[in-house]
Design a binder for this molecule. Sequence first.
Ligand code: CP
Ligand code: NVA
Length: 298
Amino acid sequence: MSPKHFLNFTNLSKKDLINIIDRGLELKTMVSKPKSMEGKILGLLFEKPSTRTRISFEAGMQRLGGSALFLSGQELQMSRGEPISDTAKVMSSMLDAIVIRTDSQENLEMFTANSSVPVISGLSDVYHPCQIMADLMTFKEVNKNLNIEKVCWIGDGNNVCHSYMEAAQILEFQLSIFCPKGHEPNSKILESSKNFVTISSTKEEALSDANIVTTDVWTSMNSAKQSKEKELIFKDFFVDSSAMNFSKEGSIFLHCLPAHRGEEVSFEMLDHPSSKVWMQAENRMHVQEAILEYLLLD
Ligand code: CP
Ligand code: NVA
């Protein structure tokens, strides 16, 4: 039987998504976590830098009694041309699950097709599903429910935005995206999520009645170096405390981090009363522990 993977939300049911979030919340309350990963080894193959994703998977795996092995793409024979399919066959013969961070969704899918163990996306150029699981868990932790009516996304229509678009379809919330022209999300993902996603023409419209306000860097790791021209294009696409006045009462501000204060987010915003970004970052670990259990124990 082929293993379950976690590359995006395409094959994830609403029930499974909710169960993972609830398990993440449950694991968070435990002083001593169950040793559910005992004897298991998680490989992390990263071709891009990371603070949260790497630490949360390594720490989470250890807290559940397993271990983790960090592998930089630069140090593997892949960097000298060994095919990704061969790398996948070899790695999956010795590890129990593998997290990959890459700027090629195509390579991630090629790796997965050749892996005999579960593969988890730790971010690609197209999706960042683990991040959105932590965002949803954070909403539930704050509100004690997952009754999200509207999410407002301000900025680049990037990988994190695409995963929000997929989540909108599963949980049936509205996602309003306020992005510069030419920086809209992927058109195929936009087409498949069109019943739940709108591109707003004003910031106020995007923010209006939103339960979650969120943003991300103007320039992602897979993009060309940020230019002065780009900074001009993006200059109005930021969140500050005044933006929160347009969203719904009790709304929360989230940011996947790392943040660029003074660009997509104002200096005060990360520590504004509505900001839950530090809770959100910690929740990466708890929700990913639940994802590991979902993939490896069922
Ligand atoms: N949010 C997130 O994935 O952070 P890192 O790039 O630090 O892993
Ligand atoms: N969109 C960002 C997210 C970083 C966690 C990037 O891809 O660089």
